[in-house]
Design a protein around this ligand. Structure first.
Ligand code: ADP
Ligand code: MG
Length: 170
């Protein structure tokens, strides 16, 4: 079969919402045009908050809010940085509907973040950063656990190391 590079997930403990933004900004520093991020997690987990941090890191024009009804929105970034394309795949029920969003048009020159993207990940790109945001079992605990996995040749062990997740102080 085809060998697809898939690294062990990195785990980051995120105590509060502004830490999630800081994590996103840290990721953004290493993101390149063409990068795809698939964000998974329950409603309210923090996928949009993470995307806001990525947008901040890219210097993207806000506000970055869930593209629930438009399904996809483009945020133009700072000079020399890739634009942020923010997708909400929750309501996508077919590959045709995904195609209608014309994501290919911006994919190569942007950073594409797809909330609820687990079902479209493989169609969208063989190379992606898969991020899962988990809530605590205790509803009064704001702590989130973020699992980050690189899929495909883009995300070697070295690329993941370069994200600097270990020395991120949250
Ligand atoms: P999703 O896009 O996954 O549905 P959102 O990012 O829209 O989730 O919402 C997450 C909510 O949880 C926000 O209101 C945010 O302020 C809050 N929150 C509290 N603690 C955290 C945390 N540690 N990380 C992320 N969000 C948090
Ligand atoms: Mg959201």
């Amino acid at each position: 079969g085809v060998m697809l590079a898939r690294q062990l997930p990195r785990r980051v403990v995120v105590p509060a919402a502004d830490d999630m933004t800081a994590l996103g900004a840290r990721l953004a520093a290493r993101l390149r045009p063409g990068d795809v991020i698939i964000a998974t997690g329950d409603l309210g987990a923090g996928k949009t908050t993470l995307t806001q941090g990525i947008g901040e890191g890219l210097g993207a024009a806000g506000p970055i809010i869930s593209p629930t009804f438009v399904l996809s929105r483009i945020h133009h970034a700072a000079e020399g940085r890739p634009d942020l394309v923010h997708v909400d795949a929750y309501r996508l029920s077919s590959a045709d509907e995904l195609e209608d969003l014309d994501l290919e048009e911006t994919l190569d020159r942007s950073v594409t973040v797809v909330e609820w993207g687990e079902n479209v990940a493989e169609i969208l790109s063989p190379d992606r950063l898969q991020i899962t945001v988990l809530r605590s079992a205790d509803p009064d605990d704001d702590t989130r656990t973020v699992l980050i996995t690189g899929v495909g040749d883009r995300w070697t062990q070295a690329d993941l190391d370069e994200l600097g997740l270990d020395d991120l102080e949250l």
